[in-house]
Design a protein around this ligand. Structure first.
Ligand code: ZN
Length: 465
């Protein structure tokens, strides 16, 4: 069995910060030992990695990506190959992507399609959630089988009427099923029926620029849908995970539910923490780069999101990575913001942006690792295989240089998209080396991985229940 030793670094997990050497054997963490002890110095190894002055982190777990996702007549620009490579560059070693059930088709067919897209192409490990677009007797039954085989979370939409939208009755049925089979319902909580009325009115009045995308997707309509999702989950006796929370009032709904002891969880994304409606209002058609749903909010919402992350009102930061090129894709919405494909690139920069939040004093180091690695792994049944550095865990390890300075730019990023939402932003901290199951994927800032190294991860059920 091949053995690797990482020595001299500060091992940071969600629970500890310890100066320890790490022994990796056959793709898994075999042992930790205090740096400089006889135990640590006696380890023989095929490879030694000097992590002096570095953090040694568990690989990031991004529980919300959309590689090659069809949307509005086009496809998200990253394939599983380019997207997982970019993830590795940014210190993320596991993604959970969304397989889509097409209206009128089975869950199985959707899942098979996504397996075919990802199989043999990923640089790092991956799992799938299932998007339920057509809740009916047979898809409800299929949910049980999917949970049993490792697809244990199901996303429903209160937005996008005519595409992914489910009405309250369908949502309730899916939640009832999840309460019986151990599945976790993930909710896109925005009142899409009301939003569509506002979109129609805005366009009729000539308000067609990208910034009106943010205008019509009201805070109240995110908060209302979040409230309704919580009540439906409560009636069904099911847990609920609200994806991409962006509005302060939606955080309040989640906090209130948790205060009552309900199993309600919330996720936010870097774009809501670092960007705002100011970006959507950038001149020309530049705002289109920042069109995603839920939308970016006015700046003052950011402090509520940071507070939510600190106080565990929100548990996870994922990216909702769903990149569309500015040229040819975002441009489809010139003159009509409703035709701008919804989504932003981000899978490569989540760990760095959240480290910047550590530097800025929003988060502790351990909380950084918790919301980016450990909690998503626990939430989606991957812990402790993923999300921590402990004996027995997969050796998904990031050697992170906390003092390195970098400037985020489309010129240097590895995502297959022609712009960066963070163009020109200076951040402190950078990934040096990344191991996936003990195998180097990034080595001293060079990509040494390959498509097909990443394997599919059947998942257990949510570990917070
Ligand atoms: Zn999404």
């Amino acid at each position: 069995m091949s053995r690797t030793v990482i020595h001299g670094g500060l091992v940071v997990t969600a629970s500890d910060e310890i100066h320890a050497d790490v022994l990796i054997e056959g793709g898994r963490i075999a042992a930790l030992a205090a740096h400089g002890t006889d135990a640590a110095t006696s380890w023989s190894a095929d490879r030694r990695i000097d992590a002096t002055g570095m953090y040694v982190l568990p690989g990031g777990v991004d529980a919300h990506t959309h590689m090659e996702m069809p949307f509005g007549g086009t496809y998200a620009a990253d394939t599983f190959e380019t997207g997982t490579r970019a993830a590795a560059w940014g210190g993320t070693t596991t993604i959970v992507d969304f397989a889509i059930q097409t209206m009128g088709r089975s869950l199985r067919e959707g899942l098979d399609t996504w397996h075919a897209k990802a199989d043999g192409r990923c640089a790092v490990d991956y799992g799938f959630h299932m998007i339920l677009s057509d809740v009916n007797e047979s898809s409800l039954k299929e949910m049980d089988r999917l949970v049993a085989e490792g697809v244990t979370s199901f996303k429903l939409f209160m937005a996008y009427p005519g595409v992914f939208y489910s009405d309250d009755g369908r949502i309730l049925r899916a939640m009832q099923r999840a309460s019986g089979n151990g599945g976790l319902v993930m909710m896109h909580a925005e009142n899409g029926i009301a939003i569509d009325v506002l979109v129609e009115q805005a366009l009729a009045e000539g308000r067609t620029d990208p910034r009106y995308h943010g205008d019509v997707r009201k805070v109240a309509l995110e908060a209302e849908a979040t409230h309704r999702a919580v009540q439906l989950a409560r009636v069904a006796g099911a847990p609920l995970y609200v994806v991409h929370v962006s509005a302060d009032e939606a955080v309040d709904e989640i906090a209130a539910a948790r205060h009552k002891g309900l199993p309600v969880f919330g996720e936010t994304c870097p774009q809501y923490l670092f960007l705002s409606t100011d970006n959507l209002a950038e001149p020309g058609f530049e705002g289109a780069k920042y069109v995603c749903s839920t939308p970016l909010r006015p700046r003052e919402h950011q402090e509520v999101l940071w507070r939510g992350l600190r106080t565990n009102e929100l548990q996870v930061v994922s990216t909702d990575h769903c990149p569309f090129c500015f040229s040819g894709q975002k441009e489809m919405g010139r003159g009509d913001f409703s035709k701008i494909p919804n989504g932003m690139p981000g899978v490569e920069h989540r760990m760095d942006l959240l480290h910047q939040a550590v530097v800025d004093g929003h988060l502790s180091r351990r909380r950084w690792v918790e919301i980016a690695c450990a909690s998503p792994a626990r939430m989606f049944g991957l812990y402790p295989k993923k999300g921590t550095i402990a004996p027995g865990a997969d050796a998904d390890v990031v050697i992170y240089d906390p003092g390195a300075e970098q400037t985020i730019s489309a010129e240097t990023h590895h995502m297959a998209v022609d712009y960066s939402a963070y163009e020109g932003r200076r951040v402190t901290g950078q990934v040096r080396t990344v191991l996936s199951r003990g195998v180097p994927v990034i080595e001293d800032r060079a990509y040494v991985g390959h498509a097909g190294h990443g394997t599919y991860l059947p998942r257990g059920t949510c570990q917070y229940l």
